[in-house]
Design a protein around this ligand. Structure first.
Ligand code: ZN
Ligand code: ZN
Length: 353
């Protein structure tokens, strides 16, 4: 078969590359294989496909025509085979961050595995050697033998998978057609990312074990045990505090994104605003506030000692020995006594009437 006819038989232009020739042959061989194709001319067609492939292979695969070089241009260095292929679609992954990591920015090392078509055999699982398959002589089919040795029809040749051309199992993927590749990238996550943000990572920047494509990372902020984040960067936190410590205006330790800090409680106040202790906002990086709401907690059951101490406290603030009785309480008690006297006088009038 002449090579022009051979290319036509495979449905290719006469400058098709080795890769295109092999792909066309694989496609046609699987389409016309007599085991899968019941039409009368399947066997003949299969043989022509195989002959066409051999004819092209024997003549040498055409090289991709080189672009005309400019006069003073140096010869271009040989590019990697797939350098000008479009990049694969990005790999979508989640990246989970604690609120502290997300607020401060962090570097995350991501590992993963990708299953790809084997580059050595182009995903076929075998490599075409050329020449007729030794087992079937090029027909792609071998005679089945029944149990008693009678001819029992044809079956696909196992050595060439029905293609008729000598081939061998791909040594790099052991015939699977796929390769699993581990990758690892270090990703710098800027401070202040929000839940649902998308981060694009250029896979080509990874040094060792680069991913086979870029990464598209969706940020997932992990729920925090103490904090809730508002859209404006305000960080909210509710915490129980000892009721007596609250009454006593004591200083407590409270959590912030930067760690523990102290806060002086005030018994006239339940909510405290800590400016700039919240979450970074967008590109400005200005931090929101942290808003702390305290819940004073008192014991449900008081110990005998606590009862005595509380009695002393009450006496000291409103009893006869109070050092500085509160004017609000004194006014209330004056009013209460006047009201009580008024009731007594009315009762007496009622009794006399
Ligand atoms: Zn064979
Ligand atoms: Zn392979």
């Amino acid at each position: 078969m002449g090579t022009d006819n051979a290319f036509a038989e495979l449905g290719l232009a006469s400058d098709a590359t080795e890769r295109e020739v092999k792909a066309a042959w694989r496609r046609l061989a699987s389409q016309w294989h007599p085991d899968r194709n019941g039409s009368a001319d399947a066997v003949a067609r299969m043989q022509r496909i195989n002959q066409a492939f051999e004819a092209i292979r024997n003549a040498g695969f055409p090289a991709r025509p080189a672009p005309a070089p400019a006069d003073d241009a140096e010869p271009a260095p040989a590019a990697a085979e797939d350098a000008d292929e479009p990049r694969r679609r990005p790999i979508h992954r989640k990246v989970k961050l604690t609120l502290e990591e997300a607020a401060a920015g962090s570097i995350k090392s991501l590992r993963g595995r990708m299953t790809l078509a084997c580059a050595t055999c182009d995903g076929a699982g075998h490599q075409v050697l050329g020449g007729n398959c030794a087992l079937c002589g090029g027909s792609g089919a071998v005679a089945k033998r029944s149990f008693f040795g009678w001819p029992g029809g044809m079956s696909e040749c196992v050595a060439c998978h029905g293609g008729g051309i000598a081939q061998r199992s791909c040594p790099d993927c052991e015939g699977a057609g796929t390769q699993t590749r581990a990758y690892q990238v270090k990703v710098r996550i800027p401070p202040g990312v929000r839940h649902g943000d998308l981060l694009h990572v250029d896979g080509r920047r990874a040094r060792a074990n680069p991913p086979p494509a870029d990464l598209e990372l969706r940020v997932e902020l992990l729920a925090h045990p103490f904090f809730e984040l508002d859209d404006d960067g305000t960080l909210r936190c509710e915490m129980p505090v000892d009721g007596f410590a609250w009454i006593a205006n004591r200083t407590i330790q409270l959590p912030t994104l930067a760690g523990l800090r102290s806060l002086a409680l005030r018994r006239d106040r339940l909510t405290y605003r800590l400016p700039g202790e919240g979450y970074p906002n967008g590109r400005s990086g200005a931090r929101g506030d942290q808003v702390v709401t305290v819940q004073p907690v008192f014991p449900e059951q008081l110990s005998a000692d606590q009862e005595i101490l509380l009695d002393q406290l009450i006496a000291s603030s409103s009893g006869h020995g109070a050092a500085a009785p509160d004017e609000r309480l004194r006014a209330w008690h004056r009013g209460l006594r006047a009201w009580e006297r008024g009731l007594d006088a009315r009762d007496r009038r009622t009794a006399q009437g």
